[in-house]
Design a protein around this ligand. Sequence first.
Ligand code: SF4
Ligand code: SF4
Length: 91
Amino acid sequence: MRDDLENKLGLLKYRFDEEAHIVVDKEECSSCESKPCIPSCPAGCFKLEDGELTFQYEDCIECGTCKIICPYDVVDWSYPRGGFGVVFRHG
Ligand code: SF4
Ligand code: SF4
């Protein structure tokens, strides 16, 4: 299933904006035990490295899950500026 998802993600096209459209205030992340953002993000933007949460917005597919699922409401979410972000292609 993950392979299937990765194949589908490979069909997407991105136009990166140097200005992040999602900012995570990580102050609360160390006390967030379950870290639901990590398994919930379909693009794998949230990871745990050496016990610390890392976030990279570049692969984001703008689904909004991280904003909804974060129990501490530390995900400052917006769509990328016009002309930037993911382009969904069919096929
Ligand atoms: S769910 Fe929210 S508070 Fe928890 S680790 Fe992720 S961003 Fe941090
Ligand atoms: S909006 Fe979706 S794809 Fe983007 S970082 Fe949040 S969960 Fe991941």
